[in-house]
Design a protein. Sequence first.
Length: 160
Amino acid sequence: MGAPNPKLKPLGGHKWVLGRVETLDFPELQIQGVECFVNTGVYSNILYCLHIDEEWVADQKMIRVVPLPPRERFEPTAISFFPWKPQKQVRNERGEVEVRYVIHTKVRVFGVEIPIELSLKEAFKVKYRVVLGRSFLKTRFLVDVGAINQSAQYEKRRRS
């Protein structure tokens, strides 16, 4: 993976390789080191939350998002607000249609912040706080199911 990192655009057919589990940062959500499960079997991306609701902030309707804290912590790490949009119908992991809020934010992968659409789902006991699906993977990434934390390993090599 020693290629330079020009904003993660595929380079002449080159795609970046992610492992089946990646530890990534979501700067706009103020959460770092989130274990994300890379699932090529689902289309949409999911952020599991402790709480999701609508709230008025300065005369503007917003979605209040309380991301699920890491397993070793019990209190929420941060509360974020996103512009309100109507809920969308998405298919869950079993192929059933659910209605969820969707937010647009950024994820830091291989040292670059790139846009991502996350559907929000309340949950309390999940192994991974984020699921990355094909909508995120399709243009930039391949998945090596035998590898983990390719992005973090790249960052470590780049710093040294």
